[in-house]
Each structure stands twice: as structure tokens, then as C-alpha cells.
Ligand binder design. Sequence first.
Ligand code: DAH
Length: 335
Amino acid sequence: MTILQEAKEQLNKASSVGETEELRVKILGKKGKLTEILRSMGSMSPEERKEFGKMANSVRSEIESLLDEKFTEMKERQKAAKFKEERIDVTEPGIKISLGSKHPITITIDEISKVFMSMGYSIAEGPEVETVFNNFDALNAGKNHPSRDLSDTFYITDDTLLRTQTSPVQVRTLMKQKPPIKVISPGRCFRCDTPDATHSPMFHQVEGLLVDEGVTMADLKGTLDSFAKKMFGSKTKTKFRPHHFPFTEPSAEMDVSCFKCGGAGCRVCKGSGWIEILGCGMVHPNVLKVGNVDTEKYTGFAFGMGVERIAMLKYEVDDIRLFYENDMRFIKQFK
Ligand code: DAH
């Protein structure tokens, strides 16, 4: 078989750039077949050499151009394969990432906080494990106050407990800050309650405390009325009923006109037209004294509201336990 024929056959079989390069070396390289033949020309007569050389050169250039063609073809093929491999279908739908949503209790706390922040309040925080002193004594709760009972409060030791209210943050703030004081404090509270539709041993409150010179009950009523209008709608009316808390004097509970029926009476307000929303009052001098506040110069008001209760009324959730079951079908409805 002639070198040219052999080269053609082998080139036909080559299927990659690498294989083509191997062939080039084998045929045209220093130790290649053609080179070998050209070398053997030394022993030929001048005429023979002329004739043979001409032939060998034309074979060589033919093989070179065949190699060139093959290289081009193989490179094209390589490129096409790479394109195919790396091709992305931009119309293919992406992988769906399911986004979480805020818990209704968090949404409610955020809403309450936003209203008070717009009135210049800042957020104070306190621990869920509290001292008996901060949770009861400093808040003027008598030694025999029923809420101290073992059956109502989770005690950890004789003088530590899981706070039963966010009110101890009032004490912490008064001991840390000088008036003027203007804070709210959202957080978790705990009481020994058997869970049912309206009770949970863990729940949330938002506490509020304002202490300054010349603060009166009128400031308390104005502030909370304005909160109610921002939270439940501008037509909301408020009503203050006398009540008793150890840490305020006088104390009151605030009702808002039903935001579902506007006061006519419905399922949400149980036909009364009013909904009880929070406890409040003028801070008792005994509480102010714990923070060494000059009670001749300063007065203040405080309030506390149950977050679950507000969320239940607002979203018409009829069982508090739904908030803690982590059922996504429930939680996702509050986006
Ligand atoms: N701590 C009270 C409770 O858990 C709520 C409360 C009432 C807080 C009156 C206050 C307040 O700050 O002034 O029932």
C-alpha cells in the first residue's frame, strides 16, 4: 500500500484532534514513514533522486493538506460537542424555592410595635427567666397575691421563675434608665394553664411604660386611644373601665368598639359591641421608687396587652392552640 493510501485510510479512522495529531507524528514526524523514505534518497542517482523527490514532496503536501482538513473537521466536531454539553435551556422552569411567611403572632407584635415606634417609643427587652423580685415584689404585688401561687406560676427556684407577664421589664427599665422613659416591650410569658381554646401556658404580651414630668391619666387615655385607632381603624372608639392591678393606681381596662361590626354586636364581640384589649394605669409610686425615681417630680403610665388575644380577634381565630401547632396550612394564611 502506498504511503498516501495508508495515510488516507488511517485519517479516515481518526476520530479526535488527539488521534489526528498522533497520525501526523507517525507519518510526517522525524521518525515518520515519509521522513524515513526521504532519508533513503541519499543512495540514489541524481536523476532518480530528482524524480523521487518530486513525488515524495507532492505526497507530503497532499498528506499535509489532508491533515489540515482533518484537524479543522475534528476541531469543529469538538466545539459542537462542547456546545451541546454546555447548552442551557433558558426556557426550562427553575427549581421552586418555597418562601416562608411570618407567624401571625410575629405579624401582630410587629404591627403593635410599629404603632408605638411611630409615637417615639423604643423597644426594651427582658429575659423570660426572671427573679421573683422583678416579677412580683418590685411590682408591688403583696406577699399573698394569688398570681404568686405555685399552681399559677412556673417556679424554677424559690427566687426565680418563668415570668408571668412582661411587666418586670418595667422594673428593669426603671433600674437602668433615668426619666424621661418611653418604652414598649414585647415578649413571651408563661403561666400554669391547661391548654384550651383560649388558654396556653406560653403566650405573648406587649408592655408599655412612660415616665416623665407632669404625666397624667389624660396622656394615658390619649396615647391608648390613638394606638387603638391606628391598630384597629380610625373609627375605633375606646372606653376605660376601672380595674385593679398592684403596680398601677388608678388602674383600668380598655375596651375598643368592635372592629368587625363597628359596635352593633356580632360574634367577635359576643354581641356587646365592645372588646377588652388591655390593662393599664398610672404607675404606682412604690414601683417608681424601686428605680429611685423622684415621685414628687415624675409620674408615669403603663399598659400591657395580650398578643394572642388581639391576633385571635383580628384574624377571627377561634382556638389559641392553632398558633402553636406549626401547621403550614394555618400559618400561610397570614401573609
Ligand atoms: N401585667 C398585666 C397582666 O398580665 C397586664 C398589665 C396591666 C400591664 C396593667 C400593665 C398595666 O403595665 O399597667 O395581666
